[in-house]
Design a protein around this ligand. Structure first.
Ligand SMILES: *Cc1c(COP(=O)(O)O)cnc(C)c1O
Length: 391
């Protein structure tokens, strides 16, 4: 690769990420290209962000059209792009209202604030604890790090936000025992993404929702990674047949531009009042134009059904590989257990022209939702030869 870029990066960008030796400069469909014109098949979508792949023509038209029309205004004015996006999101999710921000962490911060304010307004001070699951991931701000149920994230940045407790996922009695007078909410990912593509059990999720409803404990579902078609329904909770009090979305929603959305149900729709929350960039019209385009395509039932069917096709191809021990999958959110080091294999795949990521000790695929079966077969073929070459 061009060493100037690498040196510039090393000298001037804080080293919060270990990078592969590749600089990407262009993309089209499911393919990205580096400075030398080498082509990479991307089954990571920039961590589940490029839901329509690179530079989908409808998305480019929506975004560039809006950029050339009105690129930003403050939240003191109405925005037709934002209000139509909010209406669509509510209609498709069964939720009542939306608050827009710029990232997953911010959407989760908003959900945490709403849960605590609802409890404060309804029960007074002190009932503010939020239970989250071990192995979860909810973001990198000081509060969402606190919410994240992994000790490795609770370092250096003390003091962390108080009021979080953690329970092991999967055992409803453990959750019930952890709930006390101070509990106001439970926050969870239905499929833990960063935690290793761990799919929560249907009966556990149903029992958790029933129990929380009986105590007026709010359920916050973090769909930052699972949302916007990734699992073959618009939101993963729809596959579980439950209806949360609060839902957060981000990654795939903007199709490549930064957006976060916190959705609440009717019960919570009056909790946030003027000046209780805000963000300068939230509900940006260019970003909302991109998100409107994503939803118009992804929310179609036939499209969502294809996501699940393509996921099943991919799973079958993966299971046929001798080095694959197990596949954890819903829709096109895929964790691949292999008998080799996942990080090592991911790095070798990148060198071989396949952009794939890991989550804990599994390989993880979050391909663009528009990927074709042929392209999925190509991805598996690169993975197959890489696994063989590394044995
Ligand atoms: C990525 C992620 C976040 C954080 O989103 P950012 O946009 O990086 O702040 C939160 N929750 C889940 C489940 C995620 O996958």
């Amino acid at each position: 690769m061009n060493h100037h870029t690498k040196e510039q990066d090393s000298q001037y960008i804080m080293h919060t990420y270990g990078r592969y030796d590749v600089a990407l400069v262009r993309g089209e469909g499911v393919y990205a290209y580096d400075e030398d014109g080498k082509r990479y098949l991307d089954v990571s979508s920039g961590i589940g962000v490029n839901s329509l792949g690179y530079c989908h023509p409808d998305w480019v038209a929506a975004v560039s059209g809006q950029a050339a029309t009105l690129q930003h205004m403050s939240n003191y004015f109405y925005s037709p792009q934002a209000s139509s996006l909010a209406e669509k999101l509510c209609a498709l999710s069964g939720m009542a209202k939306v608050c827009f921000g710029n990232s997953g962490a911010e959407a989760n911060e908003c959900a945490i604030k709403i849960a605590r304010k609802y409890s404060f307004d309804t029960y007074g001070e002190g009932r503010n604890e939020i239970i989250t699951l071990r192995n979860s991931f909810h973001g990198r701000t000081v509060t969402t790090l606190s919410a994240t149920g992994q000790d490795v994230f609770h370092n250096y940045f003390f003091p962390f936000t108080e009021g979080f407790a953690y329970v092991e996922a999967g055992d409803i009695d453990v959750l019930k025992n952890a709930v006390g007078d101070k509990t106001c909410a439970v926050m969870l990912e239905l499929i833990q993404g960063e935690g290793g593509v761990n799919i929560l059990d249907q009966a556990y999720v149903q029992a958790l929702f029933d129990f929380c409803a009986s105590r007026d404990i709010l359920v916050i579902v973090d769909e930052v990674q699972t949302g916007v078609g990734r699992t073959g329904s618009l939101f993963a909770y729809q596959r579980y047949g439950v209806q949360p009090d609060l839902v957060t979305a981000a990654k795939g929603l903007g199709g490549g531009l930064p957006i976060g959305a916190c959705l609440c149900n009717q019960k919570l729709s009056g909790v946030m009042t003027p000046s209780t929350h805000g963000t300068t960039f939230g509900a940006n019209p260019v970003v909302c134009a991109g998100a409107n385009c994503v939803l118009d395509l992804v929310a179609q039932p036939a499209f969502l059904q294809e996501v699940e069917e393509k996921g099943a096709y991919l799973e079958a191809l993966l299971r046929a590989l001798p080095q694959v021990k197990n596949v954890r999958r819903m829709g096109l959110m895929v964790g691949i257990e292999i008998d080799q080091d996942a990080h090592d294999i991911a790095a070798k795949c990148v060198a071989n022209g396949l952009l794939i990521i890991t989550a804990k000790d599994v390989l993880r695929m979050l391909p663009p939702l528009v990927i074709t079966r042929e392209e999925l077969a190509e991805a598996v073929s690169i993975l197959k030869s890489t696994l063989k070459e590394c044995q």
